[in-house]
Design a protein around this ligand. Structure first.
Ligand code: GLN
Length: 491
């Protein structure tokens, strides 16, 4: 095997090389920028690459280090940001025409935090428009390809971030997850992705999709990097009233703790019908590995889990229809250039031109579910089922420390394959949505391959117990070793 290039390394490996003086942040950043130049024409992860700014930030990180003022483990590490995180002075499009020219006057809290930790921001990554989708095909601008097979989708909606990490176009990335949008692309791209507990990470400056479900989280090459990045972005923020004012533990310290005697519940409903045989097999093997490590694995049932897709597709569009009302051609972004009769005509033409078909569909579904005649029958009912799903999880956690399932029922599908099959498209999040509805932390770690495409193992924990999730994920990853595999892009 040829020696790994700098862009192939993890953030903690780069940190060690920076600390020993073996390399500089500038060299690492240059390596990643060259990699972007080489593979970006075929992958198309990025909406925007800010090379000059990145090199400047890298030089600053190197100067800090020379002066003995290194800020921490991510100082000088290149990061990519999903393009629905507000960045001061830089376009934040949400991969939507309606925000094509939107330049926020402020940074999202997570953007500020990674910058204060010394990270080098490389640019903004592609997504399904407003994070609505599972393949990144709903971007208004470009289709991102999966580094493991260019005819395949990278998953979504954080497909740009997922593909960028997998292809070595950044060392770590941030994504957001409303129904699976970090974990599912992580699974498709063979990387680690974590949705923290609802409230763990501030969403100030995250363009809202469904506010009771959205969380920001890390997408990385291994679990240690995930813990390091989660450490930086976690914690209370007075600018987000839903961020929890509770202590943030030392996540990397949690990695080293023994997993012997931990109890894992294998979710019965997510191991049967609808799950590809190859995926199930990989997860079963992972369960065997966990058992070898001393984790007790037993089947558990989440009886209402099978309603999670239906519940999600009432609650998420309902919230989206309200959150997206602000794009009216007055306060933000695009306004129609057509002749208009009155203000209602202006709204309608602006929104008709600015939003893509999936977003328009969600707004209509959500408005319908919230309308006077249907509110109780649909929206309120969905809230009740959400409570039942939450209770199922609480009950399961009486007997176990983590829940285990595949991250997605299949490996990455072909570009275009599900474009005309909305149900199949939505099934990609079958295993992840209960975690959002219950507000729980969940991670996806690589657990094998099917026909050369990565499979992901999902580990979900109790609210605010990211430590146990990371600890089990780390023990598994170290024993299994799939995180060391890298795709040969275009090969
Ligand atoms: N695929 C789901 C959707 O389309 C979830 C997206 C997400 O988590 N942002 O809504």
């Amino acid at each position: 095997m040829s020696a790994l290039e700098l862009y192939d390394l993890t953030a903690h490996e780069v940190h060690d090389k920076l600390a020993s003086g073996e390399t500089s942040s500038k060299e690492v950043t240059e390596s990643v920028l060259r990699r972007i130049e080489k593979v970006e024409p075929s992958i198309q992860s990025y909406m925007l690459v800010t090379a000059d700014r990145a090199l400047e930030q890298a030089e600053q990180a190197d100067a800090r280090r020379r002066a003995g003022e290194c800020i921490g483990p991510l100082d000088g590490v290149p990061i990519a940001l999903k393009d629905l995180l507000c960045t001061r002075g830089l376009p934040t499009t949400c991969s939507s025409k309606i925000l094509e020219n939107f330049v926020p006057p402020y940074d999202a809290t997570v953007v500020e935090r990674v910058s204060s930790a010394g990270c080098v921001a490389l640019g903004k990554t592609n997504l399904d428009e407003f994070a609505m989708g599972s393949s990144t095909e709903n971007s208004a601008f470009q289709v991102t390809r999966n580094p493991w097979g260019l005819d395949r989708v990278p998953g979504g909606s954080s497909g740009g971030s997922g593909a960028a990490v997998a292809a070595g176009e950044c060392l770590v990335a941030l994504g957001s997850d409303t129904g699976g949008s970090i974990r599912q692309p992580a699974s498709f791209c063979g990387i680690v992705g974590m949705k923290p507990t609802y409230g763990r990470v501030s969403r100030y400056g995250l363009v809202a999709f469904a506010s009771s479900l959205d969380q920001i989280g890390p997408m990385t090459k291994d679990v240690r990097d995930c813990a390091l990045l989660l450490q930086v972005i976690s914690g209370h923020d007075s600018m987000d009233s839903t961020s929890a004012d509770i202590d943030v533990p030392d996540f990397t310290a949690a990695l080293e703790r023994d997993v012997k005697g931990r109890r894992a519940g294998v979710v019965k409903e997510l191991m049967g019908e609808g799950i590809d045989a190859d995926v199930r097999e990989a997860v079963e093997q992972a369960i065997g590995t966990l058992e070898d490590l001393g984790v007790t694995c037993e089947e558990v049932s989440l009886p209402h889990c099978r309603y999670s897709l239906a519940t999600y597709y009432l609650i998420a569009p309902a919230e989206a229809s309200s959150n997206l009302a602000r794009y009216d051609g007055v306060r933000y972004g695009h306004r129609t250039a057509e002749r208009v009769e009155d203000i209602v005509d202006m709204f309608s033409k602006t929104r008709g031109e600015g939003f893509g078909p999936e977003v328009r569909l969600r707004i209509m579904l959500g408005t319908y579910a919230l309308s006077a005649g249907y509110y109780d029958a649909y929206y309120v009912k969905a809230l009740k089922v959400r409570t039942l799903i939450k209770r199922d999880c609480e009950k399961a956690f009486e007997h176990c420390d983590v829940l285990i399932s595949p991250t997605s029922p299949t490996v990455a599908f072909e570009v275009g394959e599900r474009a005309d099959d909305p149900l199949q498209m939505k099934m990609a999040d079958l295993c992840t949505m209960f975690g959002n509805l219950a507000g729980l932390p969940g991670i996806s770690v690589p657990c094998g391959f099917s026909d050369g495409l990565p499979v992901g193992l999902q580990i979900v924990g109790k609210a605010f117990d990211e430590e146990t999730v990371l600890r089990v994920a780390y023990a598994y990853e170290q024993a299994a070793g799939y995180h060391r595999e890298r795709p040969v892009v275009g090969g």
